[in-house]
Design a protein around this ligand. Sequence first.
Ligand code: COA
Ligand code: AMP
Length: 631
Amino acid sequence: MKYADVYAAWQNAPEDFWLDQAKSIDWVKPPTQALDDSKAPLYRWFTDAEVNTCYNAVDRHVENGRADQAAIIYDSPITGTKSQITYAELKEKVASLAGALRDKGITKGDRVIVYMPMVPEALVAMLACARLGAIHSVVFGGFAAHELAVRIDDATPKAIIAASCGLEPGRIVPYKPLLDQAIEDATHKPDFTIILERPEHPYDLTPGYDFDWHEVQKGVTPADCVPVKGDHPAYILYTSGTTGAPKGVVRPTAGHLVALNWTMKAIYDVDPGDVFWAASDVGWVVGHSYICYAPLIHGNTTVVFEGKPVGTPDAGTFWRVIQEHNVRSFFTAPTAFRAIKRDDPKGEMIKDYDISCLRALYLAGERADPDTIEWAQRVMDVPVYDHWWQTETGYTIAGNPAGIEALPVKIGSPTVAMPGYDVQILDEAGHPMPSGELGAIAVKLPLPPGTLPTLWNAEERFVKSYLTTFPGYYETGDAGMIDEDGYLYIMARTDDVINVAGHRLSTGAMEEVLAAHPDVAECAVIGVSDALKGQLPMGFVCLNNGCERSHEDISKEVVARVRDQIGPVAAFKLVAVVDRLPKTRSGKILRGTMVKIADGQDFKMPATIDDPAILDEIEEALKPLGYAATG
Ligand code: COA
Ligand code: AMP
């Protein structure tokens, strides 16, 4: 089979294509129809089916001969732990936790927030929710209490499942103060919490409210899988948008199962039984799709890695994990490789390991720069596949379908659109652009199964954010082009989202924090280039008239506020205090021009600029921060 044939088969009969893929899923009631377009432009898939995600990810493998196969390998260089959980053991653990949740009143449709580090119990918690038809919302551990509170108020969970702490190199992150603060700040109060106490840090349980992970499961009857409708939400995952209010991306159950299962062979080229490793975090979409769900649904072994690419203990950690656990396909973000390359530029450390088990490296989450791809190819001696996707889609929009046909790699391109996605480049008026020309990247509706049908409790925002600019299309928020061979190139975001170490962050959210400082009159946050993290946020603040306080103090305070309110993951450390911000005559801040100045790129003086002299002031303010050097 060739990629072009598969893509054409999908194009000719999209519903048959997905109904065919649906045969690989075990249904309580199989779908008779693929697409429900009765509410177009809102689409739903497999609505007349009934199914359970946990059954497909766990139970069916126990019943079909994989009981003794490792489902999860846990490798934590931070704690010095390595362990395995077979599919049979996973079923026991998940059914037991689900039983405890059920006994405490959690039923189908209830929301449960999961706030956990990279431990196997995070997956157990997600799957236990799925077993009951409860809707989990995992919150990344690097977010601050305020971000957790925002998610509590939006998802209104009945329960929170958390660990006592996360572990960062050289630093324990106690979760109790974060949880207490978040629950206090939130208007909605969850009924109870379940806490996994880690030996590295105790959790002071509040009797009657906080329940110990092990104690709460004592004597419970394991729970069975609860069938849900095909479009029942499997989970909500919050992601950054333009404002401080994150978007609750809803993942529909049946489409998620069908699509993720398809990707494991078609894109990652693994067969059931193979070991698959995504070095990310369960708090991100990569963690949801490729640490937890897809490998398990497909009968693979997944690796839960609690560590960093460097410093835990060194830049050889990835090679060790690949060798020791016989990893066949490996997925991470380019920033992880930039970190390894920085510590071990010649790739000496790989010589101590045998990674011949590895077939390919997959990169996503941010732009993969050519240097990093070439370095990884040279050092690892395997194909390196860039692929492009978003929290909203949950899996690849454009990639290299290596399990169907490995297409020639063009460095700088995540290759071609996957079946399910009719990707187009549009001009501002929504007309398709000729090949090779830059425009907004949009996907013709309907999006394929598993992609977001809506935003949690925010249908209007969903329509406005994604379906309004280009009627009939999903607006991706990325700009780029397609070349004459159909290869896609992702160039930049068209909104205020930036990408810091593969983490998607909103500059708008940071501006809200800066603007709330009592001495700040106005502000702007932009994303500037960074050799390691891809982008870093940089804040510009103008102070209130008459404010005599030291600029250094104010800078420190706004940095602390962002860390405190958004979290350490924002990596917000660069601040310039300036007299004025460059604006158009109508008062719009010229953020794009500021980015170009900071990055030392040539730029055209915007015709609508109010006062060009301000740009020189900006350039001067950037120099002490180490930016605008060649500007
Ligand atoms: N809990 C608490 N804090 C966290 C955290 C978590 N789960 N994850 C990160 N942080 C903190 C870090 O400790 C750091 O704090 P600091 O400012 O006190 O040093 C801060 O958030 C920024 O973290 P990060 O951006 O990850 O930077 P880093 O310097 O710790 O590590 C890399 C840099 C490149 C090694 C790291 O970002 C990485 O491994 N990235 C892989 C990318 C990835 O997994 N992307 C997911 C999508 S595929
Ligand atoms: P997230 O929702 O966190 O996965 O972030 C999605 C965004 O990250 C996309 O809209 C892109 O801006 C960016 N992104 C993800 N993968 C790639 C890639 N392979 N190349 C370029 N940008 C990417």
